[in-house]
Ligand binder design. Structure first.
Ligand SMILES: CC(C)(COP(=O)(O)OP(=O)(O)OC[C@H]1O[C@@H](n2cnc3c(N)ncnc32)[C@H](O)[C@@H]1OP(=O)(O)O)[C@@H](O)C(=O)NCCC(=O)NCCS
Length: 184
């Protein structure tokens, strides 16, 4: 990683207006096609007060950011507590400097240390799959059902790649998984 990049963790409840604007600005340039990010930091799911954001800073410049959402999902083997990873991005000016990987590693360290998280779980496209696999994330073949308030549970997009990270000893379950809410 380039010298001078520092990773910090901030809880959603501690966001300032300035930090909110900085993350929106980063996500806007990193995901130019995503209309939701023009105004806010999330798409389907509102962050919880104790959710965490892992951010790589170069001085006052935000180089990369990762959101970790806490969610209990329902599986045939029982409930699982996951760290739902989302909004993984780096500023185009900082690509290739290790900033996004450093944020991911910090999020994975947090999950490893947390007694309240069994797995990491994320949704991604084919173009970034290897970025996550190089960090130890593994493919899943379960069927995933998302719940939007007022609607029946429905399978997520059929082309979505869903990767898991084992943050504890629990074996990953087979079968259908109810995300117990919308995607994150
Ligand atoms: C994907 C993204 C986060 C990578 O950020 P980055 O800051 O360039 O990544 P890093 O510099 O930390 O890369 C770490 C390693 O991953 C590799 N890598 C980066 N992007 C990759 C990709 N798309 N696929 C596979 N490997 C990738 C790097 O080459 C580097 O490997 P190396 O050390 O062996 O050379 C960035 O390109 C981005 O913000 N893209 C747009 C938003 C996006 O699609 N996010 C993913 C949402 S699921």
């Amino acid at each position: 990683m380039a010298g001078g990049i520092e990773v910090r963790c901030v809880e959603e409840r501690d966001f300032t207006d300035l930090l909110d604007r900085q993350v929106i600005a980063l996500q806007r340039v990193a995901f130019p096609q995503e209309e939701h990010f023009k105004m806010k930091r999330w798409v389907h799911t509102l962050p919880l007060p104790h959710d965490r954001w892992f951010q790589a800073w170069a001085g006052h410049e935000l180089a990369a950011s990762v959101w970790l959402h806490h969610r209990t999902i329902h599986t045939p083997a029982g409930p699982c507590r996951v760290g739902g990873i989302a909004n993984v991005c780096s500023d185009p000016a900082w690509r290739g400097e290790g900033a996004a990987r450093a944020c991911m590693r910090a999020a994975m360290d947090y999950m490893d240390a947390s007694p309240d998280i069994d797995f990491g779980l994320l949704f991604c496209g084919a173009g970034v799959r290897r970025f996550y696999e190089a960090l130890g994330w593994r493919d899943t073949t379960n069927r995933y059902l998302a719940r939007i308030p007022g609607h029946d549970a429905a399978p997520i997009h059929e082309n979505a790649i869903v990767l898991r990270y084992d943050a504890g000893p629990t074996p990953w379950p087979d079968g259908d998984i109810d995300l117990n809410g919308p995607e994150w």
